[in-house]
Design a protein around this ligand. Structure first.
Ligand SMILES: C[S@@+](CC[C@H](N)C(=O)[O-])C[C@H]1O[C@@H](n2cnc3c(N)ncnc32)[C@H](O)[C@@H]1O
Length: 256
């Protein structure tokens, strides 16, 4: 039965491009004095960087995070499976999962300085600073931070949709990105993706072809059918789509 506000999603890529329902969801860079905010990387010009330093662990500078490549177990002071969230946003998911799974080491990467601060505060609130970190980094450049096979689980929740055809090159999920994920995940490691944009589902299923992954589970409506994996934390964007009665898709891939 259709839920309030439910749309019948188009099933071809051309119709999904230029889908106006995602127009307000993309984290397009905001400009300050003609430059993207993210290009202000000195303490004097970026107040959030000072906050990163003030907060200390679990917030880490990009440089400190890169120095942990291949030795995250030393950073956490223990050997435990390393789980990574790309684009942690406000930190609801990372803090929720870290609180539920203190037996894992957790790393979040987020491109926006302010969201790193918001996530660090949530990790502190759930007292997960012993086994979780958040750093400001580009989720397309994870090999800077992680050695091949170092990761047990990777989570991507609601990547920016970039709905316009001309913006398609900005979308994170593509064959090159999945090659990167295949390198970082240990055999048997999991990639779990939730998205509000059906194009991402089609892109991931297509990218899997010829790559070392097996589809473990999927859902075309997480609110209606549940997530395909046993435990899930609702993210900030997921909640917004739930409230609008729009479907959230989920895909669970395992590294062969
Ligand atoms: C649509 S929001 C989703 C936030 C959160 N995952 C959620 O589900 O509520 C996308 C997030 O990814 C971040 N992001 C976008 N591009 C990124 C990149 N290349 N590397 C890391 N984070 C990125 C954005 O800053 C934003 O916080």
């Amino acid at each position: 039965m259709a839920r309030a506000g439910e749309r019948t999603p188009p099933d071809d890529v051309e119709a999904l491009n230029d889908d106006p329902s995602h127009d307000d969801e993309t984290s397009a860079p905001r400009l300050f004095k003609g430059r993207p905010l993210e290009s202000y990387t000195s303490l004097a010009t970026n107040p959030y960087l000072s906050l990163h330093a003030e907060l200390g662990r679990p917030a880490m500078t990009s440089e400190a995070a890169a120095a942990c490549k291949g030795r995250w177990h030393e950073e956490f002071g223990r050997e435990a499976p390393l789980h990574v969230e790309i684009g942690a946003g406000n930190g609801f998911f990372l803090s929720g999962m870290a609180a539920r799974h203190p037996e894992f080491n957790w790393l979040g990467v987020e491109i926006r300085f302010k969201r790193v601060v918001l996530t660090a505060r949530k990790l502190l609130k759930v007292q997960a600073e012993g086994w979780s970190r958040i750093t400001r980094y580009d989720g397309n450049a994870l090999p800077d931070l992680l050695r091949p096979g170092e990761v047990a689980g990777i989570y991507l929740n609601h990547p920016d949709p970039w709905p316009k055809r001309q913006q398609a090159h900005n979308r994170m999920i593509c064959g090159d990105w999945l090659d990167m994920i295949a390198t970082l995940l240990r055999p048997g490691g999991d990639l779990k993706v939730k998205t509000d944009h059906q194009l991402n589902v089609l892109a991931l299923v297509k990218a899997m072809e010829g790559r070392p992954f097996t589809l473990v589970g999927r859902s075309d409506d997480v609110a209606r059918d549940g997530a395909p994996w046993p435990d899930d934390v609702v993210t900030n964007y997921q909640r917004k789509f739930n409230e609008r009665g729009l479907p959230v898709y989920a895909l669970w891939l395992r590294r062969d």
